[in-house]
Design a binder for this molecule. Sequence first.
Ligand code: OXD
Ligand code: MN
Length: 594
Amino acid sequence: MPSNKAVREWIKEMAKMTCPDRIVWIDGSDAQRDELRAEACSTGEMIKLNQDLLPGCYLHRTAINDVARVEARTFICTKTKEDAGNINNWIEPGECYSRLSKLFKNSMKGRTMYVIPYSMGIVGSDFAKYGIELTDSIYVVLNMLIMTRVGNDVLEAIGDGDGFIKGLHSKAQLDEANRYIVHFPEDNTIWSVNSGYGGNVLLGKKCFALRIASFLGRKEGWMAEHMLILGVEFPDGQIKYVCAAFPSACGKTNLAMLIPPEVYRKKGYKVWTVGDDIAWLRIGSDGRLWAMNPENGFFGVAPGTNEKSNPNALATTREGAIFTNVCHNLDNNTVWWEGLDNDPPKNAVNWKGEKWDYRKYDKADKINTSGAHPNSRFTAVATNCPCLSSEFNNPAGVPVSAIIFGGRRAKTAPLVYQSTSWQNGTFVGSIMASETTAAAAGAIGVVRRDPMAMRPFVGYNMGDYWQHWLDMGKVIPNPPKIFHVNWFRTDSDGNFIWPGFGDNLRVVEWILKRCAGEIDADLSPIGYLPKPEDINIEGLDIGTDTVKELLSVDRASWLEDIGNIRDFYALVGDRVPAELHKELNQLEARLKKD
Ligand code: OXD
Ligand code: MN
């Protein structure tokens, strides 16, 4: 127990409400982690996998009704509804505390309350922020030990202050109807109840490092964004960094860990991963924007990860990883998921814990027929990653040359385009849209607007968030350039046109050349488009005509989108900055001009 009065009193109060049988402090040691692993295996909460093939790796299954983030049950409880905005769910804080107190009451009876002191960022550094999560789930503890920096040094860094984020989580009864993921940004508090799924319960991640942090960033003059951070090393040894925001399960982890195509590798290009999901961005003393990854691990989507799509991610999961809701291969006690290889296990248990027959797999009904849930995950130790950047543990982060927005769009968005200014780039981010994936509960494949890939993660009014972007642009002396990409354009038969994966480096190279002022581009109604010959297709089996097709802008579908964007701005409401309405009107006028 630390001497910090605020910490002690808060824990006492939460324990009084939840009534755990015992309280255990998590110290970050390997010995304690090993004891917890053993305990979780003895109760069946986790399965110890083949330690020769997957040392230190475990499998966990969540409840069948609890496999993704639940946006409809996620709330931002600011004092006024306007401050949360129309995009967020809101409950008046007093009413919410009292409603949830009833659910938390005695919820830890017969259970242990674990106290996890954790840091987002390097403990003791200027950019680090601290949290304490109280939870009744060993699975949460073991994941937090991977995803964040946990230990007594965090308590020392918190010192006597109350500047830490108070997180309370209980699985309670895993009751879907009473599941709540609630943020009280004005109280530095997060309460999560009746879920055991990562994105809802690893409170350092989406809840703190995005929702609460975005609120703090606005107050303190920095930004918390749903972005990967990637370094590209050029043959001359220079490394340039980009941040990229894509909606959940749209390939951020793949881009963050990409392997350069052979022609690039031969020339000496390398790619370094700083982060795959979250970036905290601040203005450096050099006037540039610097990005830091506050996490310490990767919580990646398993299906589709394979030797071709992301060998680095695969390598990262081979030791010390926790797999959630993947398929269990009983023959060799390892794991499998759709898209890992073409050799599904013949003697296996699916993500629901049932005997699984791979021959019954039906793409149209993945949830019921797949071995692994489409949103099954690996929680992997960052330092296992073969391409982890040497700057990963640099508390200041890395200087950012470009910000890249992207979505999954079959038709509208071209392969890449560049915004014409920070303000225009903010607009480009604000109109981002994507076809939905399995990372959140709900229909899949429906186009939805997902500004800056932050729709589910902004801890305050979306209009104010856009204003904060505009305000930051005015005070960053040397801001990054802003781009938009779309790897998912399809032909008339619905096949992807762009090869994607490692070949995305070809597009990132164009982006970095633009940032360095090395090449020209064509101004179109939506922004700067590459000259087709400037996208390097050496070694690919597509020609310049295909590149032209990938870069084409179909005015009719853009104009159709304009109406949809107007509706979305109307939904965000009257705090949408006037500059963005103006950008939208100007875009429409340019699209209509012959
Ligand atoms: C994630 C998500 O888990 O965005 O990263 O859902
Ligand atoms: Mn994410």
